[in-house]
Design a protein around this ligand. Structure first.
Ligand code: XMP
Length: 327
């Protein structure tokens, strides 16, 4: 039987009971597969790697070594949440690597979107590999592969996801406990494992992170404006109960300025673009009609709280012809 094919008889995991049964089954299977050996996992904090981490901690505890690489393109509070949930909460064996400087230096003056993606993806694997080599006696590599990753492979853009398999490293085997699950099932399993809602119901976040939303050559000032404006947007969408209703939302800081006036003086500052979309499969997308009062409040907050920004725009473009991300 092809172990990468979902059996037709497999039930859709949509209840706590089914999730618990799946977890018990996978815990036993993982224990059987790895015995007393060690397993390595790149833990980005996304839904898939987080669910794999929680499942493996339940199965093998400290035999799991999680490596979280902060590439400096994370959203506000994201790395902190990984540390809080897994290190502080679940007592995981977690190695935290702040590689911000390394990534931002490599990305300096690089403006082509696909080159940026390649640098981020490639550098991620190198950092992860370097850390893995320092560790002794790791036999298995765990991955958060899910069923759509196996089934689908093509897109308009090079979807380099961080956490690919380091090619020249030799592991006894791969541990992929959720590879037959669909995304909604992964979330049900995550909830059954006790992961926080903010982590399990997270909106999709591209592997290259904020890197594809700070258009053109990434600069630290624009990256900071992007991180702060994105945090404000998320806070205000939460407050307006839009989180979970709008499929994906974020801000973009483009690499051009516009004229503004502050305290009677002319300024030449960045715009912030709000992007919000609804979609079923990310192949096409529509733009939701956000309440004017919510947009106004977000605009006021960004203009008041984010340095270097003098203008806020709402992107009304559907996909197609626009893609969801700006790069
Ligand atoms: P686009 O911009 O192609 O995005 O309409 C469709 C969905 O894919 C996400 N996306 C990415 N995800 N690595 C990822 O893991 C990437 O390089 C990447 N580019 C886009 C995007 O956020 C949206 O959900």
């Amino acid at each position: 039987m092809d172990s990468n094919k979902r059996p037709e008889t497999m039930l859709r995991i949509n209840t706590k009971e089914l999730a618990d049964a799946f977890i018990a089954e996978q815990v036993a299977a993982v224990r059987e597969q790895v015995g007393d050996k060690k397993v390595l996992l790149a833990l980005s904090g996304g839904v898939d790697s987080s669910v794999v981490a929680a499942l493996l901690i339940k199965a093998i505890g400290k035999q799991l070594v999680c490596v979280h690489v902060n590439h400096g393109l994370m959203r506000k509070g994201e790395s902190e949440q990984v540390i809080e949930v897994f290190h502080d909460g679940l007592d995981a064996n977690l190695i935290y690597i702040d590689a911000t400087e390394r990534f931002l230096t490599k990305l300096e003056n690089v403006s082509d979107p696909e080159t940026k993606r390649k640098i981020i993806g490639g550098e991620f694997i190198r950092v992860f590999e370097e850390e893995a080599r320092k560790l002794e006696g790791i036999s298995f590599l765990a991955q958060g592969t899910i069923y759509p990753d196996i089934v689908e492979s093509h897109g308009v853009k090079a979807h380099h996801n961080v956490g690919g398999l380091p090619e020249d490293m030799h592991f006894e085997g791969l541990v992929e406990p959720i590879k037959l699950l669909y995304k909604d099932e992964v979330r049900v399993v995550g909830r059954a494992l006790g992961l926080p809602a903010g982590m399990v119901d997270r909106q999709p976040f591209p592997g290259p992170g904020l890197g594809v939303r700070c258009t053109g050559a990434i600069t630290r000032d624009r990256l900071a404006a992007l991180r702060e404006s994105d945090a404000i947007l998320r806070e205000e969408f939460d407050r307006a109960s839009l989180t979970g209703k709008v499929w994906q939302f974020f801000t973009v800081v483009p690499d051009f300025r516009s004229t503004g006036v502050r305290e009677g003086k002319r300024v030449f500052d960045w715009p912030v673009i709000i992007r919000a979309v609804n979609t079923v499969d990310a192949m096409t997308a529509t733009v939701p009609e956000i309440d004017w009062a919510v947009l106004k409040r977000i605009t006021q907050r960004i203009l008041a709280e984010v340095p270097g920004v003098c203008r806020v725009l709402y992107d009304l473009s559907p996909k197609a012809p626009a893609t969801i991300e700006w790069e």
